[in-house]
Design a protein around this ligand. Structure first.
Ligand code: GLY
Ligand code: MN
Ligand code: MN
Length: 432
C-alpha cells in the first residue's frame, strides 16, 4: 500500500463498537466492492467498500467479513475470508494478503479463504444461534446507482437460501458509527488535508494567464502521488471564468484568462480517507475590487458558519441560519434588494439565485460521507463548511471550503494551514 501502516486498533475498536449495536443472536456480513469494468477487458481502479475497510483495513477485492458475536466457539466470532492467491495471480497481479498479513493488519485471528465461506457461514446460520442477519446496503440519501454490488448479490442469495431468518439493515448502524471519527481517523484525514495543502501551495505558484485548467489538475496530481495519495478524492473541479458558476464543472479543458477567477474544488485521498477543499484564486494574481468584495463576503459567511457548528446543532437548522447570513451579504453586495426579499416565495427564496447548494456535508471514507443529516451534531464529526456566491451574469463564482472536526472546545480546522485570506493568496501568487 502507498499509505503508512494504519494502527489496527482503529479496526479492532470499530468492530467492538459495531458488536455493541447488534441484537443478541446476530450475524453481520460485509462484502468488498467489485472491481468495476470499463469496456472490453478494462477495469476501473479498485476502491474498497468503505464499511468493510472501516471494520478491517483490508484493501483487497473479494474479501468478506463475518461477525457473529454469540457464536459458541470464540475464535469464529470474527472471521475474515480472503481471495486465495496462486502462481497465476502472483504472476499477473502480484502479491495478495497472506493469512498472517491479514491477521496483523486487522487484528482478526480467524482468516480463511473464500472457498470455505459457504460451509462456515451455513454452520453459523443453522447451528450458531443466529436469528438476525444484518446485511449491508448503500443507504446514502443521495445514492442512485443502479449497479448491483457484491453486497446486494449476497442479500439476494442469502434470503433465498435462508428465507426464515430475520433480516436487519446494518447501514443505519454503520452511518451512526462512521459519523463519529476516532483519533486514528482524524490523523488520516489530517494527512489527506496536508497533502492537499502542499499541492495547493504549488498551484499558487503555477497559475498564470494562459495556463490550461488540466495543467493545473496535473500539478495537483503530481503532488498528491508524491505523498502517498492514490489521487483525487473526487473528480476535481478546476473552473476558470464563467465556469466557476458551474457547480459540477469537471471538463477542466480551457486556458485560464487574465482578469478571471479560478475556482479549485480539489482534495486528496489518503488511505481511503478524503479531503475536500475549495479555494478561489485570481488567474493573474490580483483580485479585482469586485472579485475581492464577493470573496470577502463568502469568507465572512464561512467564519459565521464556524460559530454555529457545535454539538446539538441540526444540519438543516444550521443551513437555514447560514442562508440568513448569506442573504445579508447579498444585500450588501447589492445583488439583492429589499423588494426581492419582500416578494420572494418561501419555496424559492431570493438568495437561492446566488447560493443554491448546501453549506456542508459529513466527510470521511466517503466524500459525501454517511451520517444522518437530521441527527444532532456530535463531537468527533467531520463536516465541510462550503458557502459560495455564484453570479452568472458576471461570470464570477466564489466558493471557499474547509474541513472541520466538531470538538468539545470548538472547531478543529483540519485546513487551518491552507491560505484563505485574499491578500495572502495574492502574496503567495507573486512570490514565485
Ligand atoms: N467536492 C464535492 C463537494 O464539495 O461536495
Ligand atoms: Mn468540495
Ligand atoms: Mn464538499
Amino acid at each position: 500500500m502507498r499509505y503508512k501502516k494504519i494502527n489496527r486498533q482503529l479496526f479492532i475498536e470499530n468492530r467492538k463498537r459495531l458488536v455493541k449495536e447488534l441484537k443478541p443472536g446476530s450475524v453481520a456480513v460485509f462484502n468488498s466492492n467489485d472491481i468495476m469494468p470499463t469496456n472490453a477487458d478494462g477495469t476501473m481502479k479498485f476502491r474498497q467498500n468503505s464499511d468493510l475497510f472501516y471494520l478491517t483495513g483490508v484493501d483487497q477485492e473479494e474479501s468478506i467479513l463475518v461477525i457473529c458475536p454469540d457464536y459458541p466457539e470464540k475464535k469464529m466470532r470474527e472471521v475474515l475470508f480472503l481471495r486465495e492467491t496462486n502462481e497465476t495471480i502472483a504472476t499477473w497481479e502480484g502479491h495478495k494478503l497472506t493469512k498472517q498479513e491479514a491477521r496483523e493488519r486487522t487484528g482478526i485471528e480467524t482468516v480463511l479463504w473464500t472457498s470455505e465461506f459457504h460451509r462456515v457461514f451455513n454452520t453459523m446460520m443453522v447451528m450458531g444461534g443466529v436469528e438476525n442477519v444484518y446485511l449491508n446496503t448503500n443507504e446514502h440519501y443521495r445514492a442512485d446507482s443502479v449497479v448491483q454490488t457484491r453486497d446486494s448479490r449476497f442479500i439476494a442469495w442469502c434470503k433465498e437460501k435462508y428465507p426464515l431468518h430475520r433480516y436487519e439493515r446494518v447501514a443505519p448502524i454503520m452511518a451512526r458509527l462512521r459519523a463519529i471519527k476516532s483519533k486514528y481517523e482524524i490523523e488520516l484525514m489530517q494527512k489527506a488535508c496536508d497533502i492537499t495543502a502542499t499541492a495547493f501551495k504549488r498551484v499558487l505558484k503555477f497559475v498564470k494567464p494562459g495556463v490550461k485548467e488540466y495543467e493545473i489538475e496535473a500539478e495537483f496530481m503530481h503532488e498528491f502521488l508524491r505523498h502517498g495519495s492514490r489521487g483525487f478524492a473526487y473528480e476535481p473541479i478546476i473552473a476558470s471564468g464563467a465556469d466557476s458558476c458551474v457547480l459540477h464543472y469537471i471538463q477542466n479543458d480551457k486556458a485560464c484568462k487574465s482578469g478571471d477567477v479560478l475556482l479549485l474544488d480539489v482534495g486528496a485521498e489518503y488511505a481511503n480517507y478524503n479531503a475536500d477543499m475549495t479555494r478561489t484564486i485570481p488567474v493573474n494574481g490580483r483580485f479585482t475590487k469586485r472579485q475581492k468584495d464577493v470573496y470577502n463576503a463568502v469568507l465572512r459567511v464561512k467564519r459565521a458558519a464556524y460559530t454555529l457548528l457545535k454539538p446539538g446543532m441540526v444540519y438543516f437548522d444550521y443551513h437555514k441560519e447560514v442562508q440568513k447570513i448569506m442573504e445579508g451579504e447579498l444585500l450588501k453586495l447589492k445583488l439583492l434588494d429589499k423588494t426581492d426579499i419582500k416578494n420572494q416565495s418561501p419555496e424559492k427564496p431570493a438568495f437561492m439565485k446566488y447560493f443554491m447548494h448546501g453549506t456542508g456535508h459529513h466527510l470521511g471514507l466517503d466524500v459525501h460521507d454517511t451520517g444522518n443529516m437530521f441527527a444532532k451534531m456530535k463531537e468527533g464529526m467531520v463536516w465541510t463548511v462550503e458557502p459560495g456566491i455564484y453570479i452568472k451574469e458576471e461570470g464570477l463564482g466564489i466558493r471557499l471550503e474547509n474541513n472541520v472536526v466538531i470538538t468539545r472546545n470548538g472547531l478543529h480546522d483540519l485546513m487551518k494551514h491552507i491560505p484563505i485570506e485574499a491578500e495572502e493568496i495574492e502574496d503567495l501568487m507573486h512570490s514565485a
